[in-house]
Design a protein around this ligand. Structure first.
Ligand code: ADP
Ligand code: MG
Length: 186
């Protein structure tokens, strides 16, 4: 199982590395717009999002739209003290600093409990059509969203959708996956 997951990670990391920045931008915007017209998010006031690295689906259009709606946004943050990830309020583009793996996170921290999150927007290396997700292999989102009842939406390019993925007991299940080509509900 662990070996299969690792092989898939290498394959999908490699594929994503080869994407051109124009392609990433264009398709990310399509995905963001599709997400913003997704009925399940209407009226929701509490979102978790991520700040992308390594050609992950960009979330800028989404975050800017959510900021204009004045909804609450949280992002994963790493604490050196507790050596753990937690959720922190996203307070704007000028309150960010680099955390582990050069992922941006709030500089000034306001922690938020994961139970507050109504809609969770999640990145991944690939997803199965039934909503299983493969991450970088640290289980960060599995842990961060373990206790929530949030509606979980994976963002991916269509080539990141596979028929089957190994699933372990701790793996988060997506309620929907949005790509530039389709919406997959599980
Ligand atoms: P990813 O989700 O990033 O692809 P994995 O699902 O393979 O990574 O998980 C990586 C590690 O994190 C595993 O060793 C797993 O046991 C651990 N892990 C995942 N979720 C939890 C959890 N809720 N509690 C404790 N450990 C967890
Ligand atoms: Mg996992």
């Amino acid at each position: 199982m662990i070996k299969t997951k690792q092989k898939l990670r290498e394959r999908f990391l490699e594929k994503r590395k080869l994407l051109l920045s124009d392609w990433v931008k264009r398709n990310s915007e399509k995905i963001n717009r599709r997400l913003l017209s997704f009925p399940e998010i209407f009226g929701r006031r509490n979102f978790s999002v991520y700040l992308p690295i390594n050609n992950e689906v960009d979330t800028k259009t989404l975050i800017d739209a959510l900021l204009r709606k004045r909804v609450n946004i949280v992002v994963p943050s790493y604490s050196k003290e507790s050596r753990n990830y937690f959720w922190a309020k996203f307070l704007g583009w000028n309150n960010l600093e680099k955390g582990p793996f050069k992922i941006l996170q709030p500089a000034k921290i306001f922690p938020v409990d994961s139970l507050q999150i109504e809609v969770a927007i999640i990145p991944g290396l690939c997803f199965s059509k039934t909503g299983t997700r493969l991450g970088y292999g640290k289980g960060v989102f599995d842990r961060l969203l373990k206790k929530t009842n949030a509606f979980k939406i994976g963002l991916a390019y269509d080539f990141q959708i596979v028929d089957n993925l190994p699933k372990e007991i701790h793996d988060l299940a997506m309620d929907a996956i949005i790509t530039e080509k389709r919406v997959i509900r599980s």
